[in-house]
Design a protein. Structure first.
Length: 174
């Protein structure tokens, strides 16, 4: 039996890429799809979730967020699935050094959600992204991502909100 996993990451700030929390410097990022052979890049001790399981699931695509000039340090991870008419986000996580009050970079979660929206547009799904949210964060996602609460823990991002996120993060890449 699969344990239900909910999206439970705080959207700390919508930035233009990712922003150093202390200096305010902005760093250009890139999102790259991982394959099974990339498992060694993901050390289990640096993550709360088992990303090796996500990588081994053939229905899911796992992406890493990196800073352009520092391709070996993963800032965050995203697991998604291409459905028939939308993208489903299974899991999203910031690297341990991007969590808590002493995090290094702001904007990592927003960047990854924006990438899921971009993938949705690329597939002709008009930006629609669905996910299951931790109950305590439903209002947070409504306010930060302009996501719509459907029922229970189910939420989705519609075209206007998806466009806003894609323009925020990928304005110079689309």
């Amino acid at each position: 039996m699969n344990e239900e996993i909910y999206i439970d990451i705080e959207i700390d700030k919508l930035t233009n890429s990712i922003e150093n929390r202390i200096t305010g410097d902005i760093f250009d990022t890139e999102v790259i799809q991982l394959s099974g052979k990339d498992k060694r890049q993901i050390k289990k001790t640096n993550w709360r979730f088992n990303w090796h399981t996500e990588l081994s699931n053939e229905n899911r695509q796992v992406y890493k967020l990196i800073i352009n000039n520092n391709k070996f340090i993963i800032q965050g991870l995203l697991s998604l699935e291409v459905k028939t008419d939308h993208i489903y986000m299974h899991l999203i996580e910031s690297a341990s050094f991007n969590c808590g009050k002493d995090k290094v970079y702001l904007g990592v979660p927003g960047n990854l959600v924006a990438y899921a929206c971009k993938i949705s547009f690329d597939h002709g799904f008009d930006g629609y992204v669905a996910f299951d949210a931790k109950t305590a964060l439903i209002r947070h996602y409504q306010e930060t991502l302009y996501a719509t609460h459907f029922t229970g823990t189910k939420m989705y991002i519609e075209t206007p909100a998806a466009l806003r996120l894609v323009k925020q993060y990928f304005y110079n890449k689309i």
